[in-house]
Design a protein around this ligand. Structure first.
Ligand SMILES: NC(=O)c1ccc[n+]([C@@H]2O[C@H](COP(=O)([O-])OP(=O)(O)OC[C@H]3O[C@@H](n4cnc5c(N)ncnc54)[C@H](O)[C@@H]3O)[C@@H](O)[C@H]2O)c1
Length: 433
């Protein structure tokens, strides 16, 4: 066993497994618990149940320091620090569903010798409630800021580590700080409620930037400006910065939609009406649907038209379909009577059953075969390398709506496409019949 502090992880999903693999890489013994037996069996066999670049290799390189179990007792016996990484999905009301968190807390009821380190994203006030229920338990809030697709790099090179511990649990906070110190990054020591708010406010602010630039894009289309140029010019102002100023067909994923809603509901539950977040959410919902109008502008009625979707995952380098824009878009297209065919390099399997009667193609070119239009939904790198001249020749009409402003309009134009992005003018090589 290593001299370093053993680490317990509860919940072996995106955050939990990355946390487990990265602490093991740093030399810690890690015991990770999940309640899904098949997941634990797969991990024991060295298999991942989701797509995250580099994670399978990191787990295998550190296999001797990692144990996977369904039994919480294994975690409690080995580790003092318990990193809680369970999912906190939205409820029907939009509030965060804390039932998994509560179930972990129930497992700890009789225990007084552990530190609960909350990495799950929870509403501000959750830590206080748990501490009221379990006065003997040391509690630290340590929200996670990793991004799917670059999760390992994000975890190993944090810009900041937030450690929220109230005065009576300062030593527990010190233990967590010590664990993260080798990773560098700014250490933010604060109280529990502020740490919880830092996470929610950060996600809400990033989502606000996206909805803001999407509204600017929509105005650009009206006034003949190019949102790419506008974002570049804006982002050079250090008070604004270039990140998250990419116009497109809206944000999705397991975090932004639910966390923005959860913050809005959290505010509402205290009697405060968070008006700005209502607009952020509404703009995002409408943005996904605007593609339908763009297609109708070129094709008229979509009844019987074959529309290809390139990419389904909420962003590239992940197979995560939670709140993906493709879900809304495919439903709207089918609602307009279109026949929808889709391709995604890794998310197709997980998307089955979520997309109604969408046909899954085996390749990007296969999806485009005979299509009246193609919508680029997820900016997978391989789509920029597609033979677009070949693609145009296979389509019934070479019309492309670039939902992420990802492809080069000149290349598409030269290949014979009518190209329309988000927030820029239409470039056309030939009239669409
Ligand atoms: N995915 C991200 O990019 C990301 C980034 C930052 C923060 N977060 C937050 O981290 C938390 C986890 O997110 P995720 O994407 O890893 O979720 P996930 O759904 O991928 O994983 C959660 C795991 O917890 C397991 N689980 C549920 N109840 C359990 C219990 N009682 N004991 C043990 N395991 C249990 C589930 O079976 C699942 O494997 C959420 O609160 C999320 O908002 C996620």
């Amino acid at each position: 066993m290593s001299d370093l502090q053993p680490v317990g992880v509860v919940g072996a999903g995106w955050v939990g497994l990355v946390t487990a693999a990265c602490f093991a890489e740093l030399g810690h013994t890690v015991v990770a618990r999940d309640i899904v037996q098949e997941k634990v069996d797969a991990l024991d066999r060295g298999e991942l149940t989701f797509h995250e670049p580099g994670l399978a290799d990191l787990l295998s390189q550190n296999r001797e320091r990692l144990t996977f179990t369904t039994d919480i007792a294994d975690v409690l016996e080995t580790a003092k620090l318990l990193f809680v990484c369970v999912d906190t999905p939205p409820t029907y009301s939009g509030d965060a569903d804390l039932s998994r968190v509560r179930s972990v807390v129930d497992d700890l009821r009789s225990d007084g010798d552990h530190v609960l380190v909350m990495k799950s994203t929870v509403p501000a006030g959750t830590g206080e409630t748990i501490r009221r229920d379990l006065p003997g338990l040391a509690y630290v809030s340590c929200p996670e800021f990793l991004k799917e697709g670059t999760a390992i790099k994000d975890f190993m090179n944090p810009e900041r580590v937030v450690v929220g511990a109230d005065a009576e649990h300062g030593e527990a906070g010190d233990l967590v700080e010590e664990l993260y110190r080798p990773l560098g990054g700014e250490m933010v020591r604060t109280d529990v409620a502020s740490a919880e708010m830092i996470k929610l406010a950060s996600n809400a602010f990033l989502a606000t930037k996206i909805s803001f630039i999407n509204e600017i894009a929509n105005v650009c289309e009206e006034v003949g400006a190019d949102v790419g140029e506008v974002a570049l010019g804006m982002g050079l102002d250090s008070r604004i910065g270039p990140a998250f100023l990419k116009a497109g067909i809206g944000f999705g994923g397991s975090c932004f939609p639910k966390d923005v809603n959860a913050l809005k509901m959290l505010a509402g539950n205290t009697g405060y009406h968070f008006q700005l977040l209502n607009a952020v959410i509404e703009v995002n919902e409408l943005q996904k649907r605007r593609v339908v109008g763009k297609l109708q502008k070129h094709l008229g009625s979509l009844v019987g038209k074959r529309i290809a979707l390139l990419g389904l995952a909420f962003k590239p380098d992940t197979d995560d379909m939670r709140e993906a824009s493709s879900l809304v878009l495919s439903a709207r297209l089918q609602g307009e009577g279109a026949e929808v065919v889709a391709f995604d390099p890794v998310a197709a399997k997980g998307a089955e059953g979520l997309l109604g009667s969408v046909t899954m193609a085996d390749s990007a070119l296969g999806a485009l075969d005979g299509a009246d239009a193609v919508v680029l939904v997820t900016e997978w790198a391989e789509f920029s390398d597609l033979d677009w001249t070949e693609a145009a020749s296979q389509m019934a009409r070479p019309l492309l709506i670039d939902g992420r402003n990802f492809l080069d309009p000149e290349t598409l134009h030269a290949a014979g496409f009518t190209y329309e992005g988000i927030g820029k003018s239409v470039s056309s090589s030939a009239p669409v019949a």
